[in-house]
Design a protein around this ligand. Sequence first.
Ligand code: ZN
Length: 239
Amino acid sequence: MNRQGHIGMAILAGSAVLYVTPALSILPAGVLIAAAGIGGLLPDLDHKTSTVSNKLQFSAKMRKQLKGLSALSLAMGILWFVLEQPMPWLWAAAGLIFTLASRLRMLLLSGLGLLLLAGYELYNLHWLILLTGAALLVMPFVKHRGIIHSPEFASALSLGVISFTATQPVLFQALGLGLLAGWWSHLVGDAVTVEGIRSVLLPRLKVALNLLRNGGAGERWIARSCWLCSIALWLTIFY
Ligand SMILES: [Zn+2]
């Protein structure tokens, strides 16, 4: 499922959670719905060119150019070194910067992951930080629809978010609930496509209902229907 379908389903999932949650005022309700929309896209951080991944990196063309510049800088550095010109390492440093820029997504995800792991270690934070940090750290290196799309990871994340937000103000609880609603709706959305989702512990356990083609007309209809149902739910909640 692509962005359109995932957002629609996530908004509907968030609206359904809102419907069964004891009356929230408008601000936490809005936070819950917005968080659901974001949560519905987050699992595809494990995809190199998904909507959410593309927010963290330069365009494909730019990445290619950066890689070219990096190779060029490195070659210049070697030339400078061989010709005994001053400061050949400046070229090498430039090459490294170009390489890092071409891999910005990896740098941001793994960097944030390491930061969270350090925070967990140094400040004795909740284990949700450990889980999130570890997931972000490995995100650029795991395969799409692997561990991050597994029901096991979603279950651990749910336990973490619920136990962490239980003691927090209502706004945080709304944020956590929304994220989880969006996250699970994403798995449901992927489970109805031919690629499906699978368990990490029991890789044979796979749900691929093959009801929907990625990005097809069916998905557009589902997205529209989800939005309509969500609006109907909001009307019943707030009037
Ligand atoms: Zn997905």
